[in-house]
Design a protein around this ligand. Structure first.
Ligand code: MN
Length: 256
């Protein structure tokens, strides 16, 4: 089995190394990841400039490739033949913060797994529900083991076409985990605020500031599962069609 590991936090992020090392127990692992942080970059295809790839050495001495493209580019290049061996599965992460509800449309971690799905490969995104934004000192061991466990299951059982898995892991030890829940996307509550400042020349500039998002911990959702210390596995589809809405729009009479 040849697994591609990528992320959106940059090739040297500790979460990626923890995940890659756990997956090496299952098969061959290649790491191709962005050379910088691409968190909240969404699904990207870089077409307007060349992409550069260079060999780097990770903290444990292992080899990896760093690319100056987005996480989804880091999946597309290997899938299109960058590596000698064809890629058979893509695992993205471990993101230091959970990717829940609408986050999946922003998340580079999740969109890397979406890119795998576009190429008919199994894709898994793994994120850790860490309590704070200090990603350096986090313990990724539980999330890495969970990621490998899910990857093994996906390998054995296969995923339907156009489906990827969004896995979110509570921040606790393996022993403290309550178990696994298969969930739907919950409702994130974004608390973004427009921060307006002035540059030295008197021109305004803007930041999207505010507090980190919260969420509604409803039963059956990703947010609900994490709040009760369960691993959340949400199967995602790239078909975003709002089937419930089709009849209503048809009734507008435009499609006579
Ligand atoms: Mn990230």
């Amino acid at each position: 089995m040849h697994i591609l590991v990528t992320n959106d936090d940059g090739v040297f992020a500790p979460g990626l190394l923890a995940l890659a090392n756990e997956l090496k127990k299952m098969g061959d692992v290649s790491v191709v990841a962005p050379d910088r942080n691409w968190s909240a970059s969404g699904h990207v295809k870089t077409l307007s400039r060349p992409l550069r790839v260079k060999k780097v050495t990770l903290a444990d001495g292992s080899d990896a490739l760093a690319c100056d493209g987005a996480p989804s580019d880091c999946v597309a290049l290997p899938v299109l033949g960058l590596l000698e061996k064809p890629v058979e599965m893509v695992v993205s992460g471990i993101n230091p913060n959970a990717n829940l509800g609408h986050d999946v449309t922003y998340s580079g971690t999740v969109t890397a797994a979406m890119e795998a799905s576009i190429w008919n490969l199994p894709g898994i995104a793994v994120s850790l529900d860490a309590p704070e934004y200090n990603s350096r000192d986090l313990d990724y061991s539980t999330a890495a083991q969970v990621g490998a466990l899910v990857a093994q299951k996906v390998w054995d059982k296969k995923l339907p076409k156009n489906t990827l898995l969004n896995v979110n892991v509570p921040y606790c030890s393996m022993d403290e985990l309550k178990g696994f829940k298969i969930t739907r996307q919950g409702l994130r509550v974004y608390r973004d605020e427009l921060v307006r400042r002035e540059d030295p020349h008197g021109n305004p500039y803007y930041w999207i500031g505010g507090e980190a998002p919260s969420g509604i911990p409803e039963d059956g959702t990703d947010i609900g599962a994490l709040s009760k210390k369960y691993v959340s596995i949400t199967p995602l589809s790239l078909d975003l069609t709002a089937y419930d809405c089709a009849q209503m729009i048809t009734d507008w009479g435009l499609a006579k």
